[in-house]
Design a protein around this ligand. Structure first.
Ligand SMILES: Cc1cc2nc3c(=O)[nH]c(=O)nc-3n(C[C@H](O)[C@H](O)[C@H](O)COP(=O)(O)OP(=O)(O)OC[C@H]3O[C@@H](n4cnc5c(N)ncnc54)[C@H](O)[C@@H]3O)c2cc1C
Length: 215
């Protein structure tokens, strides 16, 4: 999905600059003129802060405080499962999701509030594995090796809703993020709203619930 998305955007003229960390902004009273990074300074008409779990750090560079914390999730992907299941499922009581494709199978879940880090607590993965085995006792999968367990940070706001909107402080800065467990699903809709905000168009939906100043 991500490869297809990236290639599609590149075909449309989007330029990606990888391994480039925003460290500061160049600004005047109510406008940002440039973003300063370790790969150089970039000027633009508009700036979108969409840094997921790092939204508080980046917005703080502009003196804007937003409540948000990372919620770590874990997953493991098996690349050859004999007699694989056929349908994806969210095992709500087991707090995990299980996704087959071909002979592959991904099990993932959990929500660990432990700040920004990529440490793996194996017992978290154990909970996911135990749930999968409890719901699918016939599934022939071993517990994954600790160094192969994947983890990622979901950006979580106090009410679980994203922040989408222009900042009060700077007329050309938009924040878009904090989608917690639904960032992939909701990213396209958020992208549409961001493009409408930049063009000063009426947004597709009322975005009051997502306002930055709600806490
Ligand atoms: C186990 C798990 C399962 C999930 N399953 C689903 C699912 O089934 N469906 C769904 O919709 N969502 C799912 N999610 C949630 C989804 O992954 C997130 O909501 C989504 O990734 C958030 O996207 P984002 O672009 O806002 O933030 P991120 O993906 O966190 O991206 C933020 C980016 O900003 C960069 N960044 C940070 N600081 C700086 C800086 N100073 N300068 C430059 N760049 C910076 C980071 O490096 C990162 O690349 C899942 C998450 C997990 C962990």
């Amino acid at each position: 999905l991500m490869i297809a998305l990236k290639e599609n955007l590149q075909r449309k003229g989007v330029e990606f600059i990888f391994k480039s960390n925003v460290t500061a902004f160049e600004k005047n009273s109510n406008k940002v003129n440039a973003v300063i990074t370790n790969t150089g300074k970039y000027t633009a008409d508009n700036f979108v802060i969409a840094t997921g779990s790092w939204i508080p750090q980046v917005s703080k560079m502009l003196g804007i405080n937003l409540l948000l914390q990372p919620g770590k999730g874990y997953s493991y992907t098996y690349d050859h499962v004999e007699k694989n299941i056929h349908y994806p499922a969210i095992l709500v009581d087991g707090r995990c999701a299980i996704t087959p494709w071909g002979h592959n199978l991904r099990i993932g879940g959990t929500m660990e509030l432990s700040g920004i880090n990529n440490k793996v607590l194996v017992k978290r993965m154990q909970g996911i594995y135990d749930s999968a085995k409890a719901f699918y006792p016939g599934l022939n999968i071993d517990f994954p090796p600790a160094d192969k367990i994947w983890n990622g940070l979901r950006p979580v706001t106090p009410d679980g809703l994203a922040y989408i909107g222009k900042t009060n402080e700077y007329s050309n800065v938009i924040v878009a993020g904090g989608h917690a467990m639904l960032g992939i699903s909701q990213g396209t809709g958020t992208g549409l709203i961001v493009s409408q905000l930049i063009q000063d168009k009426k947004t597709e939906i009322d975005i009051n619930a997502f306002r930055l100043s709600r806490f």
